[in-house]
Design a protein around this ligand. Structure first.
Ligand code: ADP
Ligand code: MG
Length: 749
């Protein structure tokens, strides 16, 4: 479609922002609004608030300080004035003329008096005057004005988008196709599509401003609902399709019960029983199971999975368990072998990981392929090595979020065989509504109870200067026969390529890094929007000054922990070495394990009672929670010591306090989610979480629930019965398009 203002070059720039159609442009919503109907007066600004101000340019000056050029703009309203300051602001020279009207938006800096009001690096827009065209004036003066994220430099800034979108909407007046059923819109009191689009871009005078800023207007809600509805409808279809496929109906007679009873080392918790019940009910069904077992660290997922695997094995099928790391695969293998020793059935169990040598791999593959191994435990190698199972009945994936491979299980079974059941386990406590979306095509079971006999972990914050006392404590615990972990954020030195590194950008959070020099715009013309990132990418140099695992291993071994058996574990060791160290720690041949976050996931050594994390302020909440979950696994009292460096950002503070306050994974997950946003929280790409255009999983949870219900309701009705076939056909067409374009998942799983 031809859009006024979009030539080939602009189209190219837009495409790089994933805007390929007129529709994409219409769904690129303003990220905030300016109320230019009721401009704020300078004397009502409060220090610390984000404010947008319309004022007159009084003058400007470029100050050349030793560090960097600073551009200072003075704006005023009558006798009141305010300074706006941009670091590295040379590019702003000549942009402002005295007497022009500007809109600036930024944080009001605290100051002693109103005469000292300041904004640092505000966004700005020079407002049109009589010399500008009428359209620009219409869109930008005396109304609620949308502000857009720039789509490419000054050219495609807010002003450009306003005009293009305005013209687009004018051109389509009365012709924007509706994509939701009328009946649904009426029932849920949602705006129709065209009205919604018009209103989010150019709100009617009098639209409550707070609602606009929080995306809560009926127009916003309509567009958010629309996006979530099509996501949920797609997921619903996927679930329905799985239910139609041929799977295996496992029988669960007395022999299965007996097989489980023989090996079960303890009484399952109520939650474990319930989860197993749900899993077994699925396994008995003729359609393939797709279930997620969610449970906080230490809630005992492994034994639940093992029982499910025994069901498959007793039915004459093979079961496979896939772990994200070799350490975990090995740990599962050893634990399962130990349990199965008690069994009277000669279950053969094999391990298959990437680090086995070719002969061993070939041997394992052979056993699996001929059906001589019933229980197979491994890593990704199970897929990579093209293992073909003889009769695969159940696949268990541990910590699935680390690798989204659900679709590839098909590779593992022989053609023409029924599809295996799949059980996914995750320790990431995800709020239920979000889990339903993230793992939308899975049913969910939750372990919300810890096995009995656990005492709460005592968590303390300790400043780095008190290190000697911490080591002293570690020595005492070791003297009592306990074991400890000491975790560092980096392996060695200040290298950048360390796989474990995953900190929040603390330097930016703390405002410790000088303001950005980036975005040295070559912008011309007075309409330049400036959107300085308030958060600066972490400065790599700031990573120095962190203690590393390798360095501290040497230091502690020779110093404060001399005489104690200290081991070192990190991601750069080769797999064999890692395994040897881990085994020695498990056997108790190592007392203290100095490590990076490689130990974070799943490692289970119940005798360890101390988790020390140095530079704890640098770790994310999910990581800290996982790390702490390594202790408190036995009945002895356990401790988590969070040692901190000298500089802690406000967000870091909040994380540490939360860790001390609670051990509830769901509560910590909520905070993590609000701190980092869903994208970072889930690792969008990894998790297969869709990139939303308008929805936000944290903000829009209620709409998500609603969309899910509505999607199920819509899909449950056969098209023919409704008398609205044409309308339903449009919904289906839209679904296909949305899934192909947005999620690329159409035929997955
Ligand atoms: P996670 O859910 O983190 O994978 P695990 O399966 O590793 O947890 O279990 C944590 C620890 O709790 C293990 O040592 C396991 O043997 C033990 N455990 C699991 N279930 C029970 C139970 N019902 N009673 C006692 N101990 C249990
Ligand atoms: Mg586990």
């Amino acid at each position: 479609m031809y859009v006024r203002g979009v030539g080939p070059r602009v189209a190219e720039m837009l495409a790089s922002k994933d805007i390929q159609t007129a529709e994409d442009l219409l769904y690129h919503l303003p990220f905030r609004y300016e109320d230019r109907q009721n401009p704020r007066s300078l004397d009502e600004l409060k220090p610390g608030e984000m404010a947008s101000v319309i004022a007159e340019v009084r003058g400007s000056i470029l100050l050349r300080t030793r560090k960097m050029p600073i551009f200072e703009l003075t704006v005023g309203q009558g006798r009141l004035a305010m300074k706006c300051i941009w670091f590295n602001g040379s590019y702003l020279q000549g942009k402002f003329l005295a007497g022009q009207t500007v809109a600036v938006y930024g944080r009001v800096e605290p100051s002693r008096s109103t005469s000292n009001l300041k904004m640092i690096q505000p966004q700005f827009e020079v407002l049109p005057d009589a010399t500008d065209d009428a359209e620009t004036r219409l869109l930008e003066v005396g109304r609620i004005t949308p502000v857009y994220e720039s789509l490419g430099g000054a050219r495609l800034a807010s002003r450009w988008q306003r005009k293009v979108i305005f013209n687009l909407l004018e051109g389509m007046r009365g012709a924007v196709p509706e994509c939701l059923p009328r009946e649904m819109l009426a029932r849920l009191s949602l705006a129709d599509r065209e009205t919604a689009l018009r209103e989010v871009h150019f709100p009617t005078e009098g639209t409550p401003f707070g609602q606009l800023q929080s995306w809560a207007t009926p127009a916003h809600r309509r567009l958010i609902f629309e996006e979530l509805f099509f996501l949920e409808l797609g997921l619903e279809l996927k679930r329905r399709r799985v239910r139609e496929r041929a799977g295996i109906s496992f029988a669960t007679g007395e022999n299965v019960r007996e097989a489980i009873r023989e090996v079960l080392p303890f009484h399952p918790t109520k939650a474990q029983k319930r989860a197993l019940g749900e899993i077994v009910a699925d396994m008995r069904q003729a359609s393939p199971m797709r279930r997620l077992l969610q449970g906080d660290v230490g809630s005992g997922k492994t034994i639940v999975a093992l029982q499910a695997m025994l069901v498959a094995i007793e039915n004459g099928y093979q079961a496979a368990l896939m772990a994200p790391t070799e350490i975990l695969a090995t740990q599962h293998f050893l634990a399962a072998r130990k349990l199965l020793e008690k069994s009277s059935r000669n279950t053969r169990i094999v391990l298959l990981t990437g680090s086995l040598d070719e002969d061993q791999k070939r041997h394992s593959r052979g056993l699996i392929n001929r059906g001589e191994a019933q229980l197979v435990i491994g890593t990704h190698a199970l897929i990579e090595e093209k293992v073909e199972f003889d009769r695969l009945g159940l696949v268990v994936v541990d910590e699935q979020h680390r690798f989204g491979v659900l679709q590839r299980f098909k590779l593992m079974k022989k053609p023409n065989q029924a599809e295996p059941d799949v059980l996914v386990m995750t320790a990431t406590p995800i709020p239920r509504t979000l889990a339903l979306t993230l793992y939308g095509d899975l049913e969910v079971s939750i372990l919300d109870e810890l096995p009995p006999g656990r005492t709460p972990i005592v968590t303390r914050r300790v400043p780095g200067e008190m290190a000697e006392e911490v080591w002293d404590f570690v020595r005492k615990q070791v003297a009592k026969g306990r074991q400890a972990y000491i975790v560092y954020p980096v392996i060695e030195g200040t290298k950048d390529d360390q796989p474990e590194l995953d900190f929040p950008r603390d330097d930016a959070e703390a405002g410790l890094v000088p303001p950005p020099s980036a975005r040295k715009a070559t912008r011309k013309g007075k309409s330049a929007d400036l959107f300085p990132k308030t958060a600066v990418e972490a400065n790599p140099a700031a990573k120095s000054g962190l203690k590393s695992a390798v360095e501290m291993y040497e230091k502690l071994r020779k110093g404060s922990l001399a005489g104690i058996r200290v081991g070192l574990l990190h991601g750069r060791l080769d797999a064999d070495e890692k395994e040897i160290i881990m085994r020695r720690f498990q056997r108790g041949d190592i007392d203290v394990l100095v490590a990076t976050t490689v130990i974070e996931v799943g490692v289970d050594v119940p005798n360890s009672t101390v988790m020390v994390v140095e530079h704890a302020e640098r770790f994310g909440l999910a990581q800290l929670h996982q790390l702490r979950g390594r202790v408190g696994r036995g009945s002895a009292k356990s401790y988590c010591v969070l040692m901190t460096g000298p500089r802690i950002s406000p967000l870091g503070e909040e994380r540490l306090n939360a860790m001390v306050r609670t051990q509830d994974g769901f509560e910590l997950a909520e905070l993590d989610l609000t701190q980092r946003g869903p994208g970072e929280f889930f690792g969008t790409r990894q998790a297969g979480l869709p990139d939303f255009r308008v929805a936000n999983l944290v903000r829009d949870r209620q709409l998500l629930e609603l969309a899910k219900i509505e999607a199920a309701r819509f899909a449950a009705v056969p098209d023919k019965s409704t008398g609205a076939e044409a309308e339903r056909a449009r919904v289906w067409a839209r679904l296909k398009e949305a899934w192909q374009r947005r999620y690329g998942l159409v035929e997955a799983g």
